[in-house]
Design a protein around this ligand. Structure first.
Ligand code: NAD
Length: 255
């Protein structure tokens, strides 16, 4: 991917950071993002630049704000690969779901991908090449109770993915969504101690019987595997793959 540049939204931790590291490892220049503007955010980019010998920047922009989504793309000078990854979660029954949580999830998990894609496509067209890769979820294809906003947003992202693919079908641009099951990110790791206490179980039992109950492999996906899937979709081997979803879910959606 030498000579190509990638913007990864929500990439100061978890899957986004794993994706940024993998794209840098295969030679892409990368732009990291989140809504914070701390020294340690910029240090993440500096570390990637030093480790992989690529150019890496961190640009703060709040993906809940449409104008900031578009400003991120412009400040980066466009990109060849856009990875829409920023996302949050809130769990509650629909009749108790706080409106502000609903709005935030729809804005960050779905609307941001509209704004960044709309801003990035003209740059990709000028460059004559592009890849839009949306990190959706198994919840973009199936549902769970108490996750109405998340499931709605992720289904929306999968729908938008198909539409963008059709609008760019005759161009050297593709648009796909990756649908992970449970991925071991710091966010998920942090839930393990509480769940162990709640169920009075050991770490392995909690992981296999409670957390990965719907994931037939009983294994978490890893951020490295997500990074590898993004790198594959960005490669020439994937030039005819567009408008589809790739599940990285240990068989969740096969059930
Ligand atoms: P995470 O919390 O580690 O990462 C989320 C990232 O989004 C962070 O970098 C965070 O700073 C950023 N972010 C949050 N709000 C933002 C905002 N307003 N503006 C800009 N950035 C913002 O979680 P993760 O597990 O790495 O999740 C990344 C993506 O993968 C999300 O879209 C999530 O829905 C999806 N996903 C995760 C899993 C999983 O099991 N971890 C499974 C399926 C899908």
């Amino acid at each position: 991917m030498k000579g190509k540049s990638a913007i990864i939204t929500g990439s100061n931790s978890g899957i986004g950071l794993g994706v940024a590291r993998e794209l840098a490892r295969v030679g892409a220049d990368v732009v990291l993002n989140s809504f914070t503007d701390r020294e340690e955010d910029h240090a993440l980019a500096a570390d990637i630049a030093a480790e992989f010998g690529v150019s890496a920047r961190y640009i703060a922009a709040d993906m809940s704000q449409g104008d900031q989504c578009r400003a991120l793309i412009e400040e980066a000078g466009g990109c060849d690969v856009l990875v829409n990854n920023a996302g949050i979660q809130h769990v509650a029954p629909i009749d108790e779901f706080p409106t502000e949580k609903w709005d935030a999830i729809i804005a960050i998990n779905m609307n941001s991908a509209f704004h960044t894609t709309a801003a990035a496509l003209p740059h990709m067209r000028k460059r004559g090449w592009g890849r839009v890769i949306n990190i959706a979820s198994a919840h973009g294809l199936t549902a769970s109770p108490y996750k109405a906003a998340y499931v709605a947003a992720k289904h929306g992202v999968v729908g938008m993915t198909k539409t963008v693919a059709l609008e760019t079908a005759e161009e050297p641009i593709t648009c796909n969504a990756i649908c992970p099951g449970y991925v071991l990110t710091p966010l998920v790791e942090a839930q393990i101690p509480d769940t162990m206490e709640k169920y009075n179980m050991g770490r392995e039992e909690v992981i296999k019987k409670v957390m990965l109950e719907r994931q037939p492999s009983r294994e978490f996906a890893t951020v490295e595997q997500l990074g590898g899937t993004v790198a594959f979709l960005a490669s020439d081997a994937a030039a005819q793959i567009t408008g589809t979803t790739i599940s990285v879910d240990g068989g969740w959606t096969a059930l």
